[in-house]
Design a protein around this ligand. Sequence first.
Ligand SMILES: *[C@@H]1O[C@H](CO)[C@@H](O)[C@H](O)[C@H]1NC(C)=O
Ligand SMILES: *[C@@H]1O[C@H](CO)[C@@H](O)[C@H](O)[C@H]1NC(C)=O
Length: 362
Amino acid sequence: MRSKGVFVLVLLGALTAYHVYSPIPNNIEERWKLMLTDSFFKSLSQLAELSEQVGLLDFWRVMMFITFAERVVPVSDERVQVADEVFDGVEVIVYQPTQQEETGELRRAIIYLHGGGWCLGSSRMGPYDLLARHMVTDLNAVIVSVEIGTGTGASKLQKDPQQHVQLKAQALIYPVLQALDLNTPSYQQNQYMPILPRTLMVRFWSEYFTSDKSFFRAMMANRHNNHESAALLKFVNWSSYLPDSYRQTYNYSAPPVVTGKSPVHSIGPHHLLADPRASPLLVPDTTLRLLPKAYVLTCEYDVLRDDGLMYVTRLRNVGVDVTHEHYPSGFHGALMLTMWPTDFDIGHRMMDNYVTWLKQNL
Ligand SMILES: *[C@@H]1O[C@H](CO)[C@@H](O)[C@H](O)[C@H]1NC(C)=O
Ligand SMILES: *[C@@H]1O[C@H](CO)[C@@H](O)[C@H](O)[C@H]1NC(C)=O
């Protein structure tokens, strides 16, 4: 077992060295560090792919290595009180300011849902723990950090009839908001960008719906829409919702509608595809209008950039107050890269700006 582990580590090291020279845009800061970080991510996913093909371990089990490598045990300290809780069957970590004296006043609260494509990552990772503590101390707020890795639907919150809490604000950090068009200009421009290449994002999406590989292949080709989802393509039409500068040289053509005996039909995840709990952009304006004020962070070098940009446009069109922060040298996942050895200045800037917005708007 041990020699197998050593073998895997050596292979990972060799692959990492092999990937170091991947091209990274010039205006990205700390390029060398990002190249190294990304070559590690690339190697891990290649190793995961290989391991799945030879039947050793499944892709996601290997990818979980990152989650374990950054695992921490969140503990209380002099400023922050931490407790593990289970809310309605969902594991959460509750962070709150260490009680000085009881004032009887209600505190602000944040429900924090971490990223990781709905299957990787954990609230018990160093960077999320760091962010939660930062929010507690800067905002004097209670943070409920939700454990998503265990297969609980994050979107359960939305439109749950039992849910009576009126949310005051929504803050989205390079969000993923739709699965109908996986060839927006940002998917095209950034298909090989660090941390989240298009293949990985498409893999996250397809696995979220089904483990059938033919659906993954259909999504890779952007030929996964059927009649039901095609009726909603108007909500993610980037030729109407992206600012001119982002459309640039890209020519819009609607994703084709696949009919007949295609994988999309034989396994039937198409009704999930059209489900707004998976793709929040797919709701009509009458529903969007009811949403609270928003903060949306987008990065130029991110396949998900246009999901965020379209959401900003659509919210503004119906009069929702939106603060949009775009990072022209940003890349997906930067907010998680705040701890040694993968700490990036841009990650810290994102964290500070995000917390500042919360301070002023929550
Ligand atoms: C997308 O918008 C353009 C106009 O910007 C329009 O010509 C086209 O028909 C729309 N397509 C879909 C699928 O909504
Ligand atoms: C978009 O269309 C124009 C005009 O037909 C063409 O010159 C250009 O090459 C197209 N761009 C892309 C990215 O396909």
